[in-house]
Every structure is written in C-alpha cells, then in structure tokens.
Design a protein around this ligand. Structure first.
Ligand code: ADP
Ligand code: ASP
Ligand code: MG
Length: 415
C-alpha cells in the first residue's frame, strides 16, 4: 500500500482539488492512504482566529468569516449538487468552531490553538472526500484524531507509537482509498497537533504503522532541490538522497521535508518520493537507502527570523559547565529552539528560533545573572557539501556575524 501527502499548496483552490483527483487517477485509486493538509495558507488564517480570541485586536467573527468565505468559494467552484452532504459538513464544522470558542473556559493558548486550527484539516479533507465521491470515486474519510494518539503537549504533541500502531493497523482497510487529515492527533479527550508543517510526519506515521511500500509527498516543485528555488534561481533537482542526508538537510532547515518524517521511514526502509503534482511524468526525488546524494553538489539551506544571542558571566569569569547547564535550562524553559552553538572561554553564543514568542521573557529572566547581547532577525545559512566557490560567494554577498565549519557542513549567521 502507498501513502500520499498533499500539502496546502496542492489544494489551495478548486483547481487544486480537481488536480488531486487527477493525480490519484493517474497513480491508481486503491491501496492508498491520502493525507491532506489545510487548504492554501488556511492554518495561518486559523491562527488569526486564535489571536483574535486572545488579544482582541480584530473581531473573532471577522477572522472566522475570512476562513468561511475561502472554503465556501472552493466548494462553490467545485459545483457540488445543492443537496450534497458537503454543505451539511461545512455548516457543522463552523458550528463546532463557534461553539467551542463560546463555551471554552480554558486560558491555555496552546490547547485553544489546537482545538481551533485543526478545523483547517477537517474542512480540507471533507471537501476532497466529497469531491471524489461526487466524481464516483469511492473513499473512506477517516478522523485521524481517533488513529494517531498523542500526549497532551499541545502544538507539538508526541506520538504514542504503541497505541497508534494498534489503531491504524486494525482500522485502516489497506485495499481501499482512505482520505485523512495531516498534522492532527488526539489525546484521550482533545485534539492535538504535531507541529507546524506536520502533515509530512503524519504520512510517515501511517507508512510506518501499515508497513507501506512508499510515501509520496506531492509538491509545487519537481522534487527536493539543492536550494529553495524562491531564494536561488539556479536550484537543481537532487535525484537521490539517503535517509541520513535527508535527515541532516531537514534538521538544518530545508523546509521541503518536515524533519520528523524521515526516522519512522528509515527504520523500516520505506522510500520517500518527493514529486510534482503538476508534472506527473517527472520522477522527482527518491529518499532511500543508498548513495548520500546524487548528483553530488553543494546544498544551500536558509533559516530566517533567527536570533543570535551571546551570553557571558557578569564578573567576566569563564563560561564553564555549570553556566552552560544553567543557560540550557533557561532556553528549555522558554521553549527556544537552538540551531547553532559556539563556545569560547568568556562567552557562549547561540543562534535560536523563537517559535512561541518567549524570547522577551527569556531575556528578562536570564539578564539578572548574565551579560546578554543579541541580534534579532538574522539568517542562518547552512551549506552541506560546501566547496570554495559556494563559500566565497556567501562571504562576498553578506555581512557574516558568525561562521562554523565541520567536515561536510559550513554555517554562517548573516545579517
Ligand atoms: P506543502 O504544500 O507541501 O506544505 P510547502 O509550501 O511547505 O509545501 O513546500 C514547498 C515549497 O518548499 C516549495 O515551493 C519551495 O519554495 C520550498 N522549498 C524550500 N526548500 C526547498 C528545497 N530544498 N527543494 C525544493 N523546495 C524547497
Ligand atoms: N496545515 C499545517 C500547517 O500549515 C500542517 C501542514 O501543512 O503540514 O502547518
Ligand atoms: Mg507546508
């Protein structure tokens, strides 16, 4: 059986939904689990509902209306029969969303976030499933929250693999076409999410639990390139990548594959294909056991919106083990993601990412015990398999604040 993942870009409008059906017809309509993300940038739009609910800068009803109109326009463009069940499902989802926000008494932002943004994937899969049905393509819509069981770490829930494997292997009919949501999970009572861009990971979870023959991620690019084509004009296709190399690339921030996706596949040697949902004849990229990288070429990875922080002791003493332990406790407590570390006798420097808006609190806490300076809005530039030409190009075109080299990788923090 095969697992397909369609991201937001692939279902951003009615043509995208029609194209999804075209891809399925081209690849075969059986033995497949189709994992779908929220449409277009709808997860961002749902985040605005949560923000409106909390901070009241805009009206919750306006934020909801935007999301409602977006989906309704797609449903209209798909020309459903006026009695189609999609209209009922659509109204029910918006009634559930409003109901939740009206009745909720919790103040836990992350909990409310997960209960709210999850409607993005519920809507997209309902629309896709209804469209396939309308076209005569039989499919089973499955609520993934009953299949992927997690802990209650809202917004970054950890999978309970034993329970999840039990459920998926007994509830999914491998011979049929299944449509389900990416990104979501469930604990005993509530919806959880697996982290932004987590639908790739969902596909890998299904593949692992079902011993699938492959996972295919359908993209608006021809495959994994040696750089993000939005930033590099001459990015070229990587035809084959080993699991290890793909894990490294995802770890450094190649946003084309979610970092958690690869390990569950590598453990069962399930190949991952990254292919274009437009150019179906292009084989794209295979991530599997074998050569590290083909063609072997420098790979460029940019991580924007980083903060470079330098920390030293107030009395100019050395930065030794107990200081480092202390600093990591501060970082961990504020859920700051560390992407690069550099240590010297008197100062400890980290390049971090503030995913949850905690940097100011971190700074206020640590500043009473350490001398801290920082640059916001810097970029972490990583080159895997670097060569002289690629390095000198970067150094000439950027102000480099920090540089670190290992055998296969060079990293720069640039302004
Ligand atoms: P999805 O719809 O599956 O969530 P994304 O928009 O998250 O897709 O990812 C696809 C985009 O990732 C591409 O349009 C491309 O701009 C970007 N991207 C970043 N790095 C790479 C890379 N190394 N190779 C290919 N695409 C990349
Ligand atoms: N819809 C979610 C997001 O935008 C998950 C995903 O697209 O993978 O983060
Ligand atoms: Mg994405």
């Amino acid at each position: 059986m095969k697992i397909f993942k369609f991201g937001g870009a692939s279902v951003k409008d009615a043509d995208g939904v029609k194209n999804l059906l075209k891809v399925l017809k081209h690849e075969g309509l059986k033995n497949t689990v189709v994992v779908v993300s929220a449409m277009g940038k709808m997860t961002n739009a749902f985040e605005k509902i949560v923000d409106a609910y909390f901070y009241k800068k805009i009206a919750v009803s306006d934020a909801i209306l935007h999301v409602r109109n977006y989906h309704l326009a797609i449903i209209t463009d798909l020309s459903f029969d006026e009695n189609d069940v999609i209209f009922f499902d659509f109204e029910q989802i918006f009634a559930q969303l409003s109901g939740f926000l009206t009745k909720n008494t919790s103040k836990d932002y992350n909990y409310i976030y997960d209960q709210t943004v999850s409607f993005g994937e519920l809507l997209s899969t309902k629309i896709v499933s209804a469209y396939l049905t309308k076209d005569g393509v039989k499919n089973n819509w499955i609520d993934v929250r009953e299949q992927i069981r997690t802990n209650d770490f809202y917004r970054n829930a950890q999978v309970d693999w034993i329970e999840t494997t039990k459920r998926i292997s007994s509830n999914i009919d491998a011979s049929k076409l299944t449509i389900t949501q990416g990104f979501l999970g469930g604990n005993k009572e509530n919806t959880t999410t697996l982290g932004r861009e987590g639908s790739d990971y969902t596909a890998a979870i299904f593949a692992h639990c079902l011993n699938a023959e492959s996972v295919t991620i359908w993209k608006d690019v021809i495959g994994v390139l040696n750089a993000d084509p939005r930033s590099f004009e001459e990015a070229k296709l990587l035809e084959q990548i080993s699991y290890k190399e793909a894990i490294e690339m995802a770890f450094y921030g190649a946003s084309v594959i979610h970092p958690k996706t690869l390990k569950p596949l590598e453990n069962k040697l399930i190949p991952l294909y990254v292919r274009s949902f437009i150019d179906l004849d292009n084989l794209g990229t295979s991530v599997k056991k074998g050569v590290d990288l083909y063609p072997k070429t420098p790979c460029f990875i940019l991580k924007k919106k980083q903060i470079l922080v330098s920390i030293s002791a107030l009395d100019f003493s050395f930065m030794v083990e107990h200081n480092l332990r202390d600093i990591f406790n501060y970082l961990h407590d504020h859920k700051l993601k560390v992407n690069l570390i550099q240590n010297s006798a008197l100062s400890f420097t980290v390049c971090i990412e503030d995913l949850y808006g905690n940097f100011d609190a971190f700074y206020n806490n640590i500043e009473s015990n350490y001398k801290v300076s920082f640059n916001r809005g810097v970029t972490l530039f990583t080159v895997r398999h670097f060569d002289e030409i690629s390095v000198s190009k970067i150094e000439k075109s950027h102000t480099v604040l920090l540089k670190q080299t290992s055998r296969e990788t060079i990293q720069f923090v640039v302004e």
